[in-house]
Design a protein around this ligand. Structure first.
Ligand SMILES: [Zn+2]
Length: 551
């Protein structure tokens, strides 16, 4: 028996070595993003994985009679982009209804898009977006919307345009629908003081108040109908593939959308890879014990390279979840004690952790707790991650590195840079301190924290990292990095965050064939054009999931 199976194994191995690739892409500039950042001309793909990379000649001679061929005509190819932190699944329930301004740097164009939406909308139907933009990205005319202006454009439909989690612009129909009236108290779901009013007590149409304030509006907006959820989520996935994204770390992983992903996976038509960050944060001292019980029973890594659960997060003890536009934090000792109890249980269970931490005070306090946890249950190999970290500094990075931790960097300034400068002054120029992070030698990766807090387009993020300019072109940070390091942080390094470094992040023999063909060369175009790069072809596991020529 043993002899036969060894022989058949040998036969399979020989067959595998000899059978030709399914697909060959040649005559290109393959930016492999492997450890040596090698650049080659061609790549061969078989069974959804990269079989070989090399010169045109080396790769073409592998081809057989049934091998499909794509002539890249000199185009650049990069690995499929990975966003280590996007609230992707949550967006499925609103995406088809949202008027997204990601990548729109003209106010005139935004208004044209609004008019077109209104034209297509039914009578009285909501037209809205939930974050992902800020008016300072409009290079032609960076000013907020007013109620009067929106009333003129939309006299008959309620309109709600939410800037990141900073503020919301409403027209009169929206104020009416939300029961925000002159000289009447705000409905109870609105945070005190968040509804801006003029001297006559009339709501101006602006709702402020960070995440809590803006959510009062977002929660009232209609989601897609249940029978539309699949189409809406499909549109979301297609937009991500069009942007060059193929894999995601996903806080939340909402069950209704995850069920669709599972269905598509079983039909071999799931076009993105999803690595969930989940588990229930405690909100009060009374709920900590219950959360700890759940942590002890949590099972990660039961999935595969398309869908898996990879970390606890992104909140541990919710009173210590930094608001987005808070200027500083001073976490109280009693709350930190609850946070530490939770973190201790997470370490004891041997789970990876991916936790929201933005402000210097919070990062210091969390690291103090993690030091204590680490003495009882070493976290060295658990890949604990602090996420967002726009206010991180060199000594914190040093502490994290010693603990074996990673930094998931989500530059909120890509759309919020001008707002951050209003709040933090010159300090905002180092939020995030990208070259300090890069030079620290810590494992770090780029993500967006989209779709509400930030925009979703990776080439806008890469442009920001290389030029220091926010969407629309305003210079908002001074610590920039090379385009090579930025690309590595959005591909190969992010593979570690989703525990897929053997499968993803580089175009390399043995790895999954996730790649993106670009309309121009990321490495040589003027840096200001990086944001304008458009994928022409996106592939996941050797399957074409987006082809610009087919649109
Ligand atoms: Zn967060």
């Amino acid at each position: 028996m043993l002899k036969i199976s060894l022989i058949s194994l040998l036969a399979v191995t020989l067959y595998a070595q000899q059978s030709p690739p399914d697909l060959v892409l040649s005559n290109g500039k393959i930016i492999t993003v492997d450890e040596r950042f090698s650049i080659t001309q061609a790549v061969a793909i078989r069974g959804g994985r990269v079989l070989a990379t090399g010169t045109n000649q080396e790769i073409n001679q592998l081809a057989g009679p049934n091998t499909r061929r794509i002539d890249l005509r000199g185009k650049a190819v990069i690995p499929g982009l990975i966003d280590n932190h996007m609230h992707l699944l949550r967006a499925g329930s609103t995406w088809a209804k949202e008027l997204r301004f990601d990548g729109v740097d003209s106010r005139k164009q935004a208004i044209e898009m609004l008019r077109a939406r209104l034209k297509a909308a039914g009578p009285g139907e909501w037209v809205y977006n939930i974050g992902g933009w800020a008016h300072q990205q409009f290079a032609d005319d960076p000013k907020p919307f007013t109620r009067e202006e929106l009333d003129q454009i939309a006299p008959n439909n309620p309109v709600s345009l939410q800037e990141s989690y900073y503020q919301v612009f409403l027209n009169s129909k929206a104020l009416e629908a939300l029961k925000l009236e002159a000289n009447a108290p705000d409905p109870p779901e609105f945070v005190k003081g968040s509804v801006e009013r003029d001297s006559k007590g009339r709501p101006t149409g602006v709702i402020k108040g960070d995440i809590a304030g803006t959510r009062a509006v977002a929660n009232k907006l209609p989601k897609v109908a249940p029978e539309q959820l699949e189409a809406s989520t499909l549109a979301l996935v297609r937009d991500m593939n069009r942007a060059g994204l193929t894999s995601f770390g996903v806080p939340g992983c909402e069950a209704d959308v995850l069920a669709l992903f599972e269905k598509w996976k079983s039909q071999e038509r799931l076009n993105v890879r999803t690595f969930c960050i989940g588990g229930n944060a405690a909100a009060t001292p009374q709920t900590v014990d219950r959360s700890i019980q759940q942590i002890a029973g949590m099972k990660l890594f039961q999935g595969d390279s398309f869908i898996d659960n990879v970390a606890f997060g992104e909140s541990v003890y919710s009173p210590l979840h930094d608001p987005m536009f808070a200027l500083k934090s001073n976490p109280p000792a009693d709350q930190l004690e609850q946070w530490r109890k939770m973190a201790m249980a997470i370490a004891q269970a041997g789970l990876p952790l991916h936790v929201h931490a933005e402000l210097t005070g919070t990062i210091d306090a969390f690291l103090d707790q993690i030091d204590a946890v680490n003495k009882e249950y070493p976290i060295k190999n658990l890949r604990w991650v602090l996420a967002h970290v726009n206010q991180i500094n060199a000594s914190q990075l040093e502490r994290m590195k010693k603990l074996g931790m990673y930094a998931a960097v989500h530059p909120w300034a890509v759309i919020n840079g001008a707002i951050m400068h209003e709040g933090f002054g010159d300090g905002a120029y180092d939020m995030p301190p990208l070259s300090t992070i890069q030079n620290s030698g810590i494992v770090w990766g780029l993500g967006s924290d989209g779709t509400a807090a930030n925009q979703t387009q990776p080439f806008t993020t890469l442009y920001f990292a290389v030029t220091g300019k926010m969407a629309g072109g305003q210079k908002v940070i001074r610590q920039t990095i090379s385009r090579e390091d930025a690309l590595i942080a959005h591909t190969r390094k992010n593979a570690y965050f989703v525990f897929q470094e053997n499968n993803l992040g580089a175009i390399q023999p043995g790895k999954l064939a996730d790649l993106v063909v670009l309309d121009r060369d990321y490495l040589t175009i003027p840096a200001d054009q990086i944001k304008d790069i458009k994928p022409v072809l996106t592939m996941v596991g050797g399957r074409v999931v987006f082809d610009a020529a087919l649109r």
